[in-house]
Design a protein around this ligand. Structure first.
Ligand code: 13P
Length: 248
C-alpha cells in the first residue's frame, strides 16, 4: 500500500501565499518518491494552485464538500466543482468541523457517499477527545464514528476510501499520540473496516494526524498500521512539509 501524506492548511494562506508555497515546495520534493503527497488548501486557492502542481508529484485535496451536486445550498461547494478544478482527495468530518460547525456522523456519511459518486477519494476523519480517552471511551467513540460515517459505502468502493485517525487532544497541541497509542487505534480501525467491508477493508489507508512534525514523522510512519499522515500546522511551512513528505 502506497503511503499517503496530506498537508491540511485549514483556514490559512491566501492565494498569493499558496502560489509562493508551491514554488518553494516543488523543487524540494525529490526525496518523496514512492509516496503519494497531497495538499489541502482553502477552497479559494485550489484553482489558482492547480496549474503549478500539474505534472508534479503533488495531488490536490479539498478540506470539505457538500453532499448534493448542485442546488440552493448557499456557501457550499460540491464534488463536481472540486473535480473540475483537479481535486483528488477530500477530507470529510474533520474534528474542527464536527466541533465548530456541528457536523454529525450522518452528514459525514452523506459526504463520503457523495465524494465516491463524484470520483473523489474521501478521507473520513475520526478521533476521540480528551474526555473520551480519560473515560476509557476512545475505542467506543472511534468505532461509532466509523460505523455511522461509512454507512452507505459498498465493500467494492472501499479501495477509494481513506480513514484518518486524529485524536482531538493531539491536534495543534504539540502532544502527538505515542506510537503505541497510534498502533492500538489503527489496529482497531483495521478490524472495524474488515467487519464493514470484509476483504475490501484491507485496501483502505489509515492515516495518523495530530501534531505530526519533522521530529516525530519518522517514528510515526514506522508504527505498525500507520499508512500515512494528515499534517496540520507543520504543513504550513514548505520546508517542514517537504521534510515530512521525505520521512525515512
Ligand atoms: P496539527 O498537525 O496542527 O496538530 O493538525 C492536525 C490536523 O488536524 C490535520 O488535519
Amino acid at each position: 500500500m502506497r503511503p499517503l501524506i496530506i498537508g491540511n492548511w485549514k483556514m490559512h494562506l491566501t492565494v498569493s501565499d499558496a502560489l509562493a508555497y508551491a514554488r518553494t515546495l516543488l523543487p524540494r520534493l525529490a526525496a518523496a518518491g514512492g509516496r503519494e503527497i497531497a495538499l489541502a488548501p482553502p477552497f479559494t486557492a485550489l484553482s489558482p494552485i492547480a496549474p503549478l502542481l500539474k505534472g508534479s508529484p503533488i495531488l490536490l485535496a479539498a478540506q470539505n464538500l457538500f453532499w448534493e451536486d448542485e442546488g440552493p445550498y448557499t456557501g457550499e461547494i460540491s464534488g463536481p466543482m472540486l473535480q473540475e478544478v483537479g481535486v483528488t482527495y477530500v477530507l470529510v468530518a474533520h474534528s474542527e468541523r464536527r466541533r465548530h460547525l456541528e457536523e454529525t456522523d450522518r452528514a459525514a456519511a452523506r459526504k463520503v457517499v457523495a465524494a465516491m459518486r463524484c470520483g473523489l477519494k474521501p478521507v473520513l476523519c475520526v478521533g476521540e477527545d480528551e474526555a473520551d480517552r480519560a473515560a476509557g471511551l476512545a475505542q467506543t467513540v472511534v468505532r461509532a464514528q466509523l460505523a455511522r460515517g461509512l454507512e452507505g459505502v459498498a465493500p467494492g468502493e472501499a479501495a477509494r476510501l481513506q480513514v484518518a485517525y486524529e485524536p482531538v487532544w493531539a491536534i495543534g497541541t504539540g502532544k502527538a499520540a505515542t506510537p503505541a497509542q497510534a498502533a492500538e487505534m489503527h489496529a482497531l480501525i483495521r478490524k472495524e473496516l474488515a467487519g464493514l467491508f470484509r476483504e475490501g477493508g484491507s485496501a483502505v489507508r489509515i492515516l495518523y494526524g495530530g501534531s505530526v512534525t519533522p521530529a516525530n514523522v519518522d517514528e510515526l510512519m514506522r508504527t505498525p498500521g500507520v499508512d500515512g499522515a494528515l499534517v496540520g500546522g507543520a504543513s504550513l511551512k514548505a520546508d517542514e512539509f517537504a521534510r515530512i513528505a521525505a520521512y525515512r
